[in-house]
Ligand binder design. Structure first.
Ligand SMILES: [Zn+2]
Ligand SMILES: [Zn+2]
Length: 192
């Protein structure tokens, strides 16, 4: 069983859906090279990731969720063998990171923002994340074997460039279709 790294409580209220500014600040764990892990606080958009690092390594930001996306406050992330490999070598097998990378992809969290055209979710819903985003159009995807899609973007992997950042961040925007709601049978396990 993989050890779990639980994020600290972050004071995101239910108001995240109605943030007045387009962007917000988040804290992220970012790997810059072998054994070179930094905790950074950000205020620049996630999509501008390669650019902002040359401007300000101390900050990083997240925008309001786009169409079809949810904003998730990450609550827990398991540490996978691939994360350990990136941490030690900045590479995983043949995949070498070429830019700073947040690790983590086995995650669950709470919905704190809902983008346009998303139905079936409410603020506060607990979700497990599926972090491999397939193209949805190729023959493999159309056959329902989307997990084998060759164009898949996978969080915390160096396979796609720019890298699809991992979940060791306070919050991420993620396609709602790849967020799976769940209910605890035992309230003891509630995040609170
Ligand atoms: Zn994994
Ligand atoms: Zn595909």
């Amino acid at each position: 069983m993989a050890p779990a790294a639980t994020t600290e409580e972050f004071p995101v209220s239910l108001e995240s859906r109605t943030l007045s500014s387009k962007q917000a600040t988040v804290t992220a764990s970012v790997l810059h090279g072998p054994l070179d892990l930094k905790l950074v606080r950000s205020h620049i958009a996630e999509c501008e990731w390669p650019k902002f690092l040359t401007i300000d390594q101390e900050t990083r930001s997240i925008e309001q969720p786009s169409i079809g996306e949810l904003q998730i406050q990450i609550k827990s992330t398991g540490i996978c063998g691939s994360d350990v490999s990136y941490y030690k070598k900045f590479a995983n097998g043949d995949l070498c990171a070429c830019a700073p990378l947040s690790l983590g992809h086995e995650s669950s969290g709470v919905v704190v923002g809902i983008g346009p055209q998303v139905n079936g979710f409410a603020i506060g819903d607990k979700v497990a994340l599926e972090v491999g985003i397939p193209c949805g159009q190729c023959g493999i995807c159309r056959k329902g074997r989307y997990n084998l899609c060759k164009k898949m973007k996978f969080r915390s992997s160096a396979k796609s460039v720019p890298h699809f950042q991992g979940t060791l961040q306070e919050r991420i925007n993620h396609p709602a279709i790849w967020c799976h709601k769940y209910l605890f049978l035992n309230e003891k396990h509630n995040y609170g």
